[in-house]
Design a protein around this ligand. Structure first.
Ligand SMILES: CC(=O)SCCNC(=O)CCNC(=O)[C@H](O)C(C)(C)COP(=O)(O)OP(=O)(O)OC[C@H]1O[C@@H](n2cnc3c(N)ncnc32)[C@H](O)[C@@H]1OP(=O)(O)O
Ligand SMILES: CC(=O)C(=O)O
Length: 536
């Protein structure tokens, strides 16, 4: 029995996503991503175009074992003037042994005339022959009607004739492609509405590109009109402006439109993980503002918002963040009110009476520090240390007496090679004990970090695992040129799954870096429950 409410998801990350500028998957990347898609519950995983490049050949030579997803191979209709069983492209697809083959074919008369330069009747024959051939050899055939919407606008009879030829030749799905990505949602609705009079929605798919920023809206519009397959990519990867983003489509379909997919409600909670795994593989920073899965998708900054969120999160959240595996974050900044502070205290485990006079004093202090250039929006660890120092106490693990940095660049005699060296001397008190040490580094901050560690690790071995994962410098008042105030944000990790961010600010970049480094070291010690040596 067919279920009208079931929408099938077809992922093209490994094929259309591989057409993204700057993306170059290895066969191993493709296998890992296919396995993640399968685990998520995606129905079809398009592995690539066998015969187009060695990576795709390797992938199909050793395809991943998928539990529920169907692996498909992509290619094009036969070449003009050949029979389907004599077309090397189609044989290559069939020889992969996959059970589903997706063929792209022209459905815009202009493309047939200009790009293929063949008779329109030959294009229709190429579609019908090729679909019948791969269905016979593989089992399931799909037709991607390239430029369908532009084609329909130019010549609806011809665009439909191409699709009907594929359907009548046995294609399970006829996928209408907005190849140039220029179609708007109202046009999609109107055209899809017409197509469903000829081909049932249960056999129709949609494939949108994001050139007007409407790929997700267009895909959902098509589903509203009866289409039951959506093609897209993870994080909207794809040529030019990208493809329809399945990561945004999935929760909208399931949580808002009430459709069923191959992804379970529990599976939907892996959405953030899947999205970030792809970014990691591509060595890309995740988009903070990505719908549903971005780090800022449920981050609340304005005081008015946080005060209402505290009463009921749905005041400023369209869905529960946990439903997609995300989490709510309260941001501390100069936009904050008392509610932000109280919520943040709870987040870090500080039990404070909201009416305590210290809360207002701390809020004023934060606003003052922010106006001088600090930013606690994103520097949670520095915020926590500031709050704890203000409300209770943080042990004095060490006290800086001074540091001195020597930075040297020496060119060889022919001025062909520069030798760059930095050296830092640090003098610290740990309890009553004064300790001095020197370290070298490839830059002044690196040398400062090394000297601090040289002194601190023998006393506090917990710091051994601490390492810096990101270092960001921002000039705050560019008009002051080299005298500008600098803000440094440091992200640290300890190899045990913990990461934290600290901030420092000064007109001297090394001093700002010291502040951020110092907070990072202290935060690690504090969170590890370490007691201060030789003192309080
Ligand atoms: C809308 C889309 O995203 S479709 C997918 C686009 N993706 C890619 O193109 C990536 C993979 N492609 C490739 O590696 C190569 O283009 C290949 C291996 C497929 C073909 O390479 P080549 O044989 O060197 O041809 P080339 O790429 O220069 O041109 C494409 C040829 O296919 C023909 N063609 C285009 N679409 C179709 C079609 N649907 N059916 C039959 N032939 C077609 C073109 O007319 C052209 O023919 P010609 O060689 O006689 O000029
Ligand atoms: C098939 C395809 O990728 C497109 O038409 O956009």
């Amino acid at each position: 029995m067919t279920n009208d409410n079931r929408v099938y998801l077809y992922d093209s990350t490994l094929r259309d996503g591989a057409q993204t500028q700057g993306v170059d998957f290895s066969a191993a990347d493709k296998v890992a991503i296919a396995i993640e898609l399968d685990r998520l519950g995606i129905d079809y995983v398009e592995g690539g175009w066998p015969g187009a490049n060695p990576t795709d050949d390797d992938f199909f030579a050793n395809p991943p074992k998928l539990e529920t997803a169907v692996l498909s191979a992509f290619g094009m209709t036969r070449r003009p003037g050949r029979s389907a069983d004599n077309d090397p492209g189609l044989s290559g697809l069939v020889n992969t042994g996959v059970k589903t083959i997706t063929l792209v074919g022209k459905s815009w008369d202009f493309q047939v005339d200009v790009a293929l330069e063949i008779e329109r009747s030959e294009n229709v024959a190429m579609i019908a022959d090729s679909i019948a051939y791969v269905k016979d050899k593989a089992g399931e055939a799909m037709f991607d009607a390239e430029h369908f919407f532009d084609g329909y606008k130019a010549n609806p009879e011809f665009a439909l004739e191409c699709c009907k030829a594929a359907y009548e030749a046995g294609a399970r799905w006829i996928v209408m492609c907005d190849t140039n990505g220029g179609t708007l949602p109202d046009e999609i609705e109107a055209i899809v509405g017409e197509v469903t009079k000829h081909i049932p929605g249960s056999h129709l798919g949609i494939h949108c590109h994001d050139d007007t920023g409407n790929a997700v809206a267009n895909s959902l519009a098509a589903v509203r009109m009866g289409v039951r397959q959506i093609q897209g990519t993870l994080n909207g990867l794809g040529e030019r402006c990208g493809n329809a983003n399945l990561i945004s489509i999935l929760p909208s379909l399931m949580l808002k439109m009430g459709f069923e997919t191959g992804v379970s409600k529990e599976g939907l909670k892996r959405l953030v993980t899947v999205s970030r795994l792809l970014d990691e593989r591509l060595n890309r920073a995740p988009a903070r503002n990505a719908a549903y899965v971005g780090e800022s998708a449920f981050a609340h900054k304005g005081g008015l918002h946080v005060s209402a969120i505290e009463k009921d999160p749905s005041c400023y959240e369209h869905v529960n963040p946990e439903s997609v595996g995300n989490k709510r974050t309260i941001i501390m900044s100069n936009q904050a009110g008392r509610s932000n502070l109280v919520a943040k205290f709870r987040e870090v485990g500080l039990d404070v009476d909201p009416k305590d006079a210290k809360v207002n004093v701390l809020l004023d202090k934060i606003k003052e520090l922010e106006s001088s250039g600090y930013s606690y929006d994103g520097a949670d660890a520095s915020f926590e240390l500031l709050a704890r120092r203000h409300l209770e106490a943080v042990p004095e693990y060490f006290r800086l007496e001074s540091f001195r940095v020597i930075d040297e660049r020496v060119w060889d005699k022919r001025h062909a090679h520069v030798n760059q060296m930095s050296e830092t001397t640090v003098k610290l008190f740990i309890g009553d004990k004064r300790i001095m040490d020197v370290a070298e580094g490839n830059g002044p901050v690196n040398a400062l970090d090394a000297a601090l560690r040289k002194i601190l690790i023998p006393v506090y071995p917990d710091l051994e695992s601490l390492h810096l994962v990101d270092f960001k410098v921002r000039i705050l008042d560019g008009d002051q040129a080299t005298g500008a105030i600098t803000r440094v944000m440091i992200e640290s990790a300890d190899g045990q799954g913990n990461t934290w961010t600290t901030v420092g600010m000064s007109s001297n970049i090394i001093d700002a870096s010291y502040e951020a480094l110092r907070d990072s070291l202290i935060y690690k010690l504090y969170k590890s429950g370490v007691k201060a040596h030789g003192g309080n």
